[in-house]
Design a protein around this ligand. Structure first.
Ligand SMILES: C[S@@+](CC[C@H](N)C(=O)[O-])C[C@H]1O[C@@H](n2cnc3c(N)ncnc32)[C@H](O)[C@@H]1O
Length: 189
């Protein structure tokens, strides 16, 4: 496997360094459960993972993958089939880490895809459930119509976040052809 090669590898290198047992994290687009499993393995049984997806198939896939790897649903593994627009279920709980792996479910229904308007609503909510020092990762795939639109809106929104409250890092492979995926990391100060 390449060390870098794509944004998912790059995301994992940084997240691997940041995540610690006992942390509280959200996978805001859990899909097939790959990111959710990575998170749960890092935060371990003592850490709390909320895995969210709008699709029932995604929740079932995530549940099955986590169970196969020894993680049953309990108070520290919460799966929710809903849109990620609000995180009402958190009440006053604060989280260390949130990931958005945007777009559509690979090998799934490509018409069910993240949209800039709901992603922005979600981010607005997420930022204020984040602990000071917490991180949000946003992986964006620009190669399809909704993704290209989402990129434009996210780029503008994130570039204009208050510097006194947040740091925003944007990472992209500048020599890859066409429109390669890219990511932002938001740190709440
Ligand atoms: C690229 S996939 C995620 C991949 C996943 N993290 C994994 O490890 O397999 C994007 C997911 O976003 C989900 N999604 C789309 N709109 C959503 C919304 N409003 N709220 C929550 N999930 C949404 C889709 O159902 C899809 O499963």
């Amino acid at each position: 496997m390449k060390y870098l090669g794509n944004v998912v590898n790059a995301y994992k290198i940084i997240a691997n360094d940041y995540l610690k047992p006992g942390m509280t994290v959200i996978d805001a687009t859990c899909g097939n459960g790959n990111d959710a499993l990575f998170l749960k393995q890092k935060i371990t049984h003592s850490g709390r993972l909320y895995a969210i997806d709008i699709q029932n198939d995604a929740i079932e896939s995530t549940r099955a993958l986590l169970k196969t790897n020894g993680y049953d649903e309990d108070e520290n593994l919460v799966l929710k089939q809903c849109s990620h627009e609000t995180f009402d279920f958190l009440k006053s709980e604060e989280v260390d880490f949130i990931i958005y792996n945007l777009g559509y479910l690979p090998k799934g229904d490509k018409s069910i895809v993240t949209h800039f308007d709901t992603t922005l609503k979600s981010l607005n909510s997420a930022m204020y459930h984040l602990k000071h020092g917490g991180l949000i990762f946003i992986l964006c795939y620009r190669g399809h119509e909704e993704g290209a639109e989402e990129f434009i809106h996210m780029n503008s929104f994130l570039a204009n976040l208050s510097q006194s409250e947040f740091d925003v890092l944007k990472m992209a492979f500048t020599n890859q052809k066409n429109t390669p995926p890219l990511m932002w990391i938001v740190e709440r100060k």
